[in-house]
Design a protein. Structure first.
Length: 92
């Protein structure tokens, strides 16, 4: 619980709009974060994530609920949905 308190405190001090971007690797884990990059957080509480192919898109969709729950627990900024898009020119 100590580490989570540190993360929550840190995320609440970053500039507006950056908390979801910075929290993404902590929320989804290193393997996913290495292949699913946050593009931006939209004003309507949507986190847009870019992946290289449909396989990674399915992976992100399969963990999206858990990631959203963790983002909400960490606080900082409101994220209601994760949109996952495939990089241009790299579709299966």
């Amino acid at each position: 619980m100590g580490r989570e308190k540190v993360v929550v405190g840190w995320l609440r001090r970053v500039p507006k709009g950056e908390a979801p971007l910075l929290a993404w690797p902590l929320v989804c884990g290193s393997p996913v974060a290495g292949s699913a990059h946050v593009l931006f957080s939209l004003p309507d509480a949507v986190l847009r994530v870019e992946v290289r192919d449909a396989g990674w898109q399915r992976e992100v969709h399969s963990i999206a609920f858990r990631c959203l729950a963790t983002l909400k627990r960490y606080g900082g900024e409101k994220v209601e949905r994760i949109d996952c898009v495939i990089s241009q020119g790299k579709q299966e």
